[in-house]
Design a protein around this ligand. Structure first.
Ligand code: NDP
Ligand SMILES: CC(C)=CCC[C@@H](C)[C@H]1CC=C2C3=C(CC[C@@]21C)[C@@]1(C)CC[C@H](O)C(C)(C)[C@@H]1CC3
Length: 621
């Protein structure tokens, strides 16, 4: 029993879908005094947390005529209603709706049919205007007040073929979030929000979290210590004459060897140089995916410009006598300097996030545990004015620095081995990884639809990953080749190049296909693709690359990783480190994504998984 509460445990009431005015039948499971939120469960088993204002007694609802609900005008107004969301529950609720959407549909064998061009048809009910309704949600008077029977809610009506319409219209029909063209989000919010709602929202944002990853709170301590230790191990290990497991662990140098003020200042200069290029008003301003608030951030996607200018600057420096092999000889000190910067940045990010609005926090980094949130990233998109720290760090200093380090290793190899030109293996590693980075920067906009940008907060994991892990461990193959020549026969070289190109083709095509689809689902160029609609407004691709396996981009990436290690031969495990790490990383990312998508899309995701059975490698995994 929950005394003196409006709704009691076990009671069946109507719960609002945050961001819309749709109501679903839910059962009250509990009430959290601290956050002042009710935990409710939908008929499909999805749990979420709602504020009292978003719950209504069932008696206040009555059935609405079907024809009214289907009128395009009404549909439009519904999709455009202000997204006064309960942040804490929005994504789980979306899953609930998605689940409802597919319930009636799951049994039918839609897999063989063309899955695109289907319409989500709601069977809504309208609440009568009871004093309770009016009292709790005054601002809703002008909204459609709808109740949807949970188990019959969003029928996939195959008979009603949706005409290939302009994207606006299609999004208007499905997208239940606030859209940019609905006007200024903040002013709308201001119109409808009451002080007590603000408080509830604050609480919602402050306490909601998705399930903990990476071993939870204890895991966060572990990773905080393990990741820097592992980089240190690799750097010391690769520096040995014999980097085999027989010389494990590598000897630890005296502490003063780690520190070099000059190395630190070079790193700072490099980051500032990249920051300068980032803010240069050259290149496109791209829009990110809609945030929970419905807002879309703008990003300066001038990465290709940045790498071209950086290459010119590096070439000029070499021309004027700068010895880039400094990077090889001071690798440890440069790594230490980068680590310090990433650590200080992470502390800044965490402190900065304490001043962020609840809706700006990352759901996955909002556990309430300082260490976990520090590690995972508390704020989703920390920005200083328009300078997006996560986007910048992920795409610029580390990524372009990776190519710079590889180039320096090629020069170091020539110097150390007395060569006039780098070895074939070194050229392959340099060109392959350069292609990877240049491609990432050329298609920089595509990163806006990846997990890191959409879901992961910016904290130690990514700051360290971007500034230390990428430049100082992804360069292991090139570093290894400096003192461990690995000659390649022509057939071996040809086979490796083919492998790289096949991997690259799969990687690029699949990433571009998803990115194009997410940006404009009704792009005529994608009209041949089959999709599963979900009630969140987004559809899932079930043919093309994303119909082959659930992560075709990971498959391409893994083939490329193999092509990066093969030129180093099989004498040591060290150059295979990236391949091994990458398998672990991508399998874990795939699992994280499965959990996230299951939560977002509910049964529609299960339907996708039934249709596309393999995760990364067709018929294997
Ligand atoms: N070199 C490196 O160190 C690393 C490279 N990468 C590479 O970065 C790229 C991005 O990877 P990552 O961010 O992990 O994941 P994805 O780019 O694959 O993004 C996953 C998201 O795509 C959407 N999605 C999933 N399935 C479908 C579908 N069937 N139809 C439409 N949309 C779908 C979902 O988001 P929603 O539905 O919300 O849009 C899902 O959350 C990959 O190529 C990966 O290989 C990644 C990590 C490290
Ligand atoms: C163990 C640990 C510290 C994990 C951090 C993981 C990060 C190193 C990676 C997470 C996702 C990444 C991506 C790229 C680099 C590595 C990180 C930051 C990426 C920028 C590489 C270039 C690609 O073209 C890409 C843009 C698709 C890719 C995006 C994901």
């Amino acid at each position: 029993m929950m005394p003196s509460l409006k709704y009691q445990k076990g009671e069946t009431v109507m719960g609002r879908w945050p961001g819309s005015s749709l109501y679903y039948e839910v059962k009250v499971l509990g009430f959290d005094l601290k956050s002042q939120l009710y935990t409710v469960i939908y008929k499909d088993g999805t749990e979420l947390e709602l504020r009292e204002q978003d719950l209504k007694s069932t008696s206040g609802f009555q059935a609405r005529s079907r024809s009214r609900s289907r009128s395009p005008g009404r549909r439009r107004s519904r999709s455009r209603s202000p997204g006064r969301t309960t942040r804490r529950s929005s994504s789980r609720t979306a899953a609930a709706v998605a689940a409802a959407a597919i319930t009636d549909n799951a049994a039918s064998s839609r897999r063989e049919t063309r899955l695109r061009d289907v319409e989500v048809t709601l069977s809504p009910l309208q609440p009568t205007k009871t004093p309770e309704n009016n009292g709790n949600n005054r601002h809703e008077k002008n909204e459609d007040k709808l109740k949807v029977e949970n188990n019959t809610a969003n029928k996939i009506n195959e008979s009603e073929k949706k005409v290939e319409a302009e994207p606006e219209k299609i999004q208007g029909r499905y997208n239940l979030r606030r859209r940019k063209d609905d006007g200024d989000a903040k002013s709308d919010e201001a119109k409808v929000e009451h002080p007590e709602e603000k408080e509830a929202k604050k609480a919602a944002g402050a306490t909601f979290a998705t399930p903990l990853d990476f071993g939870g709170k204890i895991g966060a301590y572990f990773w905080l210590l393990f990741l820097p230790a592992w980089v240190l191990f690799l750097v010391l290990h690769v520096n040995q004459e014999d980097p085999s497991l027989a010389t494990f662990p590598p000897p630890l140098p005296p502490l003063d060897v780690f520190w070099d003020a000059q190395a630190l200042s070079f790193i700072i200069l490099w980051i500032l140089f990249q920051a300068l290029l980032y803010v240069t008003p050259v290149g496109k301003l791209s829009e990110g995916m809609p945030l929970r608030s419905g807002e879309r951030l703008k990003y300066r996607t001038n990465g290709f410009f940045a790498i071209v200018v950086s290459a010119v600057a590096v070439a000029a420096a070499v021309h004027y006598g700068v010895d880039l092999t400094y990077i090889y000889s001071h690798f440890l000190q440069l790594a230490t300097g980068s680590f310090l910067i990433s650590f200080v940045l992470s502390i800044f990010l965490y402190v900065y996030s304490r001043y962020a609005a609840p809706e700006q926090l990352a759901l996955g980094g909002n556990s309430g545990n300082v260490v976990y949130d520090f590690f995972k990233g508390h704020e989703l998109n920390p920005r200083i004015k328009n300078f997006d720290l996560k986007f910048f760090c992920e795409m610029r200093p580390g990524l372009i620095g990776w190519c710079l380090i590889n180039f320096a290793m090629a020069l170091a190899e020539m110097k150390k081995q007395g060569l006039d030109a780098p070895s074939n293996s070194m050229i392959l590693v340099n060109l392959f990884q350069l292609l990877y980075v240049v491609d990432g920067l050329w298609n920089e906009e595509a990163i806006l639809t990846t997990m890191d940008l959409m879901h992961d907060g910016f904290g130690f994991m990514l700051a360290f990953g971007d500034l230390v892990w990428v430049p100082f461990t992804y360069t292991m193959q090139a570093y290894y080749l400096v003192s461990h020549p690995s000659p390649l026969s022509v057939p071996a070289l040809t086979a490796i190049v083919i492998l790289k190109l096949v991997g690259f083709y799969i990687f690029r095509k699949s990433n571009s296909e998803k990115n194009a689809f997410r940006r404009n689902p009704s792009d005529p160029k994608l009209s041949y693709l089959k999709t599963i609609p979900t009630a969140t407004g987004k559809s899932l691709l079930v043919s093309g690359w994303w119909g082959m396996v659930r992560h075709p981009n990971y498959l391409g990436d893994l083939l490329m990783a193999l092509a990066w290690s093969l030129p180093c031969g099989f004498s040591h495990l060290l150059p295979w480190y990236y391949m091994i790490y990458f398998i672990i990383l991508l399998v874990h990312r795939d699992s994280r994504d499965m959990v996230e998508c299951r939560r977002k899309y509910g049964l529609a995701w299960d339907e996708y998984c039934r249709t596309v059975r393999y995760r990364i490698i067709p018929h294997v995994y």
